[in-house]
Design a protein around this ligand. Structure first.
Ligand code: 13P
Length: 264
């Protein structure tokens, strides 16, 4: 089964609107020369305040703007109401998003997000017609204690609980070992592929073989232009969720270019 690769940039809490627009323009001008199936699905996740700014420079005049999808970095599971500081799926959609990242380790760690909350968000995103990018990953302590697989399987089972096989099939998972995020220490590609295969088996168990074959599972954690080819050469790694290296057009575009060398 061939799955279309995804290269997604998570800008985290960086860039003012003018900077976000400038970086988006830099990516647009690179992708405009490529088309699917060669070009992977390119997704950019700016801050909430820059969602409309980047969407204002998306267009289909041939500038490449229509070749980049936009993601929110989080959402609430309710449609509206007294949830100060939150945004709903409908609001993210209204701001031009097709995807929403949920369960990033930084949200789990600093904002106490639980598996149950992530499951509610995933359901709300799918009900709203958008696609969740569900993050999972282990700490260094969990890896050293030998409980990586068990921990990640628990996260994935909880996140996908009660979701139909059709909806699971179109969802995206990002495996991001916490010890590899922002540290420059990339997880060995063979090991990342092993964990991603294990995740695919969990998906098979909860949603069936078709969903497991279709779902795209990304690797994240210090992805760089120099690491992506080896990562994309693995059987089960369907793309990357990129943090630091997505904040410069040169490095992000090189990651896209190197992905195309492998996944034609
Ligand atoms: P880095 O690429 O900076 O390690 O960040 C990865 C990440 O957290 C993407 O969501």
């Amino acid at each position: 089964m061939s799955r279309k690769p995804i290269i997604a940039g998570n800008w985290k809490m960086n860039l003012l609107q003018s900077e976000a627009k400038e970086l988006f323009e830099g990516i647009k001008s690179f992708v405009k020369d490529y088309t699917a199936p060669q070009l992977p699905t390119v997704i950019i996740a700016p801050t909430f305040t820059s969602l409309c700014a980047v969407n204002s420079v998306k267009c289909d005049c041939g500038c490449g703007g229509n070749k980049i999808s936009v993601a929110a970095q989080n959402c609430h599971w309710e449609n509206s109401g007294a949830y100060t500081g939150e945004i709903s799926v409908a609001m993210a959609k209204d701001a031009g998003c097709d995807y929403i990242i949920i369960g990033h380790s930084e949200r789990r760690q600093y904002f106490s997000e639980t598996d149950e909350m992530i499951n509610k968000k995933a359901k709300a995103i799918l009900a709203g017609g958008l696609i969740p990018i569900i993050c999972c990953g282990e700490t260094l302590e969990q890896r050293e204690a030998g409980i990586t697989d068990e921990h990640i399987a628990t996260q994935i089972r909880a996140a996908l609980s009660g979701i139909s096989s059709e909806d699971v099939a179109k969802s995206v998972i990002a495996y991001e070992p916490i010890w590899a995020i922002g540290t420059g220490k990339t997880c060995d590609s063979v090991e990342a592929n092993r964990v991603i295969k294990m995740i695919r088996n969990v998906v098979k168990d909860v949603a069936g073989v078709d969903a497991a074959d279709s779902i795209r599972i990304l690797y994240g954690g210090s992805v760089k232009p120099s690491t992506i080819e080896e990562q994309m050469s693995q059987s089960d790694i369907d793309g990357a969720l990129v943090g630091g290296a997505s904040l410069k057009a040169d490095s992000f575009n090189e990651i896209i270019a190197n992905t195309m060398k492998v996944a034609v």
